[in-house]
Design a protein around this ligand. Structure first.
Ligand SMILES: [Zn+2]
Length: 206
């Protein structure tokens, strides 16, 4: 396969990118000079080695500035330890942090579970989540687990799956499970949620 087709195939694998957009990226790159392309190639090469997955919340963070197994959010002593928000993807977390009115901790599931999925435990980090919650029950004042998942069929299926897994652990612990409330319409993607909609949904969680 030639480089144009090969690179197009790579871009098609990106989330939300179709064949036409993929081709546009390739032609854009062809108009750049070699310094730009080299810089891009080097950044790609070092992306994995400069980044880590947080041992607590499972989000990806840049580890080039400091050496810790925990990300800056988990290390931040000013964050509340009584709430844990569960999101599907890093991009959802980034958007909620940008909006800025949530000050608790997070857990990134790493994906969704679609309705016909036969091995849900391979699609989301459920084992890691359950052990994080066990640790939090022992060591912190956890009071609420917020399921912040997009309102689409996969999101709702994931929400049901996670709730079922959490119920036996949270029972008798005085820890409530909440979901984002009204204000979210069907099809809403957390990644693109605007400030007002999120703030309302957060306030009306239950
Ligand atoms: Zn973290």
């Amino acid at each position: 396969m030639n480089s144009i087709d090969k690179l197009t195939e790579y871009f098609i694998k990106f989330p939300g990118i179709g064949p036409r957009q993929a081709k546009r990226f390739v032609y854009f790159l062809l108009t750049r000079d070699s310094a730009f392309l080299n810089e891009l190639a080097n950044t790609l090469k070092s992306l994995k080695s400069d980044s880590k997955m947080c041992q607590s919340c499972s989000r990806f963070y840049s580890s080039s500035n400091y050496n810790s197994a925990l990300c800056d959010i988990c290390l931040n002593k000013n964050r509340d330890t009584d709430t844990l928000m569960i999101v599907a993807k890093d991009a959802d977390l980034t958007n909620i942090e940008r909006i800025g009115n949530y000050n608790g901790s997070y857990f990134v599931l790493g994906g969704f579970i679609s309705i016909l999925e036969k091995n849900p435990e391979q699609k989301v980090r459920i084992t890691k989540l359950l052990s994080l919650i066990q640790t939090k029950i022992k060591n912190s004042n956890l009071k609420e687990v917020i399921l912040a998942l997009s309102l689409n069929p996969d999101g709702e299926n994931t929400l049901n799956y996670i709730s079922e897994k959490l119920k036996p652990i949270l029972e008798n612990q005085n820890i409530k499970i909440t979901t984002l409330g009204r204000g979210l319409s069907t099809g809403t993607e957390l990644e693109y949620l605007d400030d007002n909609t999120f703030q309302n949904a957060f306030k009306n969680r239950g």
